[in-house]
Design a binder for this molecule. Structure first.
Ligand code: FE2
Length: 278
């Protein structure tokens, strides 16, 4: 699957940019399926926003129980102080997660395509498991920023094994809030862990030095590109103040030979164990 040059880039930089990985019909299938899911989504009574800034969602059952469900999280700026939508429903959602890949047949098919399994094995996962999926909207004008983080902070295994797959469903540019990453930053130790603590969560900081907010390089991507992110690679994305959305689908893999930490925020019901590509 990967050329020797791509393997070297992965080891040197902690990320890989695979251009034109997703065929246009496969991309369209995801977008159309998400449009149907949004159509049938009833926002009444729901008000869980996702904000990487304040992690308020970490106290919220609707979020904490979403590891084995398909749930909808609002943009902070899409709700007023009384929790009412300030924009049309279709422009209000920050992301949908976190088990699209297990619960929806269209996302299941996309997420378990054979070339992803070959890629996972090339990246060193001995027994790859599909842990988490998200459809990210990065809405025009109100798409929130995502502060600098390492994915293994949120999806922890021993030893660390998380790898993120980020599929551009639309063009991602500096203007509409593309990914920004620190080349080589995957050699940093894990700076923090987001731990579940009963009905709530807390961030445990290991490294007093904050992850870099500046000096990250933009990873601009075209529709259909795949960006692979090492679980310790610091990355972030800016708010989208442009008139164009920046939709992406993400899938996080872990190695089934590692131990999934019992105090990760994302937990699954016993009757819905993690599955690999089969
Ligand atoms: Fe991330």
């Amino acid at each position: 699957m990967l050329t020797p040059a791509q393997r070297r880039a992965w080891e040197d930089q902690g990320y890989l940019h695979l251009k034109r990985f997703v065929a246009e019909d496969a991309r369209a299938a995801l977008s159309e399926r998400m449009a149907e899911l949004l159509e049938s989504f009833d926002p009444r009574g729901l008000s869980t926003v996702f904000s990487s800034d304040d992690q308020r969602h970490g106290q919220d059952r609707y979020f904490l129980d979403s590891g084995d469900k398909i749930r909808f999280f609002f943009e902070p700026e899409a709700l007023d102080a009384a929790g009412r939508l300030t924009v049309p429903k279709l422009q209000s959602i920050n992301k949908v997660g976190h088990a699209l890949h297990d619960l929806d047949p269209v996302f299941d098919r996309f997420s378990r395509q054979p070339k992803l399994e070959a890629l996972a094995r090339d990246l060193g996962l001995v027994r790859p498991l599909l842990l988490q999926s998200m459809y990210i909207f990065k809405q025009p004008r109100i798409g929130g920023e995502v502060v600098c983080h390492q994915d293994s902070t949120f999806l922890h295994t021993e030893p660390l094994s998380c790898i993120g797959l980020w599929f551009a469903l639309e063009d991602a540019t500096v203007e509409n809030g593309c990914l920004l990453a620190e080349p080589g930053g995957h050699r940093r130790p894990l700076a923090s862990r987001f731990r579940r603590d009963g009905e709530t969560t807390r961030m445990e900081q290991f490294d007093p030095e904050p992850l870099p907010a500046d000096g990250l390089v933009p990873l601009e991507a075209e529709t259909g590109d795949l960006i692979v992110l090492h679980g310790q690679l610091p990355h972030r994305s800016a708010a989208n103040r442009s008139p164009r959305s920046r939709q992406a689908y993400t899938l996080h893999l872990i190695d089934g030979t590692a131990t999934y930490s019992a105090d990760n925020w994302l937990q699954r019901a016993p009757d819905m164990p993690l599955r690999g590509f089969a």
